[in-house]
Ligand binder design. Structure first.
Ligand code: ADP
Ligand code: MG
Length: 264
């Protein structure tokens, strides 16, 4: 069971340049993968193409053996859930419960299953206290968890979180941990796009680095965050603990403050 990206090239309509060129990558069910790279590197474009929001210009996306070219966007979203960076791009109902139930009703799930899933995701995402508030009156960081709830309710095997820590305080970071533990316990793949290297280093074993319309590195976090040439090319800085460890010449590819303290 995997997402297979095969020689994907994508150009936006009316654009003279490709946004993505000849990308090939496999992400398996159960993996935790982070995609990093500077703004405009093509991270969101790649995941939107994986999720069949955009059609490849050339190349293929195969999910669990099925070519997305033969699937609708709704069918693909059942397999690969995508939580947009900006929740406002994803919310279109005037009520939290309606928003969560919308897709489940579209797929004509039995009523008791709809209720079961709705209740579960209301708890996992921590948005139950906001159930009677209009979605656009919910504070933006919490509104993002409404879109997480909508995606979790669909129960896809692959979940993409675009910048999940952006704008989140301690409440949000803690809730995000609960969501990720829940997904992992269910054997789901978690794919994140993030500029938050502390978050990436702490939670994602595998790191994919994008630059120049392509993937320039794809490896274990301990290797990626100690490859200066790659990080420089992608214009990303490793976690602060790794920067300090590097400056002090400490061994062991340190990635967090606990490890740094122990090494000192
Ligand atoms: N809707 C769009 N129409 C045309 N070009 C776009 C659109 N969205 C993104 N791009 C371009 O595609 C490239 C990749 O963008 P994007 O995937 O958003 O990067 P990232 O998510 O890594 O910041 C950039 O050059 C960007 O300007
Ligand atoms: Mg983006």
């Amino acid at each position: 069971m995997a997402i297979e990206v095969k020689d994907l090239t994508f150009a936006y309509p009316k654009s003279n340049n490709n946004a993505l060129e000849h990308i090939s990558v496999i992400i398996e069910k159960g993996e935790k993968v982070a995609i990093i790279g500077q703004n405009g590197a093509g991270k969101s474009t790649m995941v939107k193409t994986i999720d069949n929001i955009y059609k490849p210009t050339t190349g293929q996306i195969i999910i669990d053996g099925k070519d997305t070219a033969k699937m609708t966007t709704a069918q693909t979203a059942k397999m690969v859930g995508y939580v947009f960076q900006n929740p406002n791009d994803q919310i279109f109902n005037d009520n939290v419960v309606k928003e969560i139930e919308y897709v489940l009703r579209y797929w004509k799930l039995p009523e008791e299953e709809i209720i079961k899933r709705r209740e579960e995701v209301l708890d996992i995402t921590g948005i139950r206290p906001y159930i009677d508030i209009h979605p656009f009156d919910i504070p933006l960081p919490i509104r993002k968890f409404l879109t997480v709830a909508v995606v979790l309710a669909v129960d896809p095997d692959y979940v993409i979180l675009d910048e999940p820590t952006a704008g989140q305080d301690n409440w949000g970071r803690n809730q995000l941990k609960i969501v990720m533990d829940y997904l992992q316990a269910k054997g789901k793949a978690i794919i994140t796009i993030s500029h938050d290297m502390e978050f990436v280093a702490e939670n994602f074993d595998r790191v994919i680095v994008m630059a120049h319309k392509n993937i320039i590195a794809d490896d274990d976090r301990r290797k990626i965050f100690y490859q200066q040439d790659i990080l420089k090319d992608a214009k990303v800085k490793p976690p602060v603990s790794a920067q300090i460890a590097q400056a002090l010449g400490l061994s062991g590819n340190i990635l967090n403050m606990d490890e740094l303290v122990r090494a000192l």
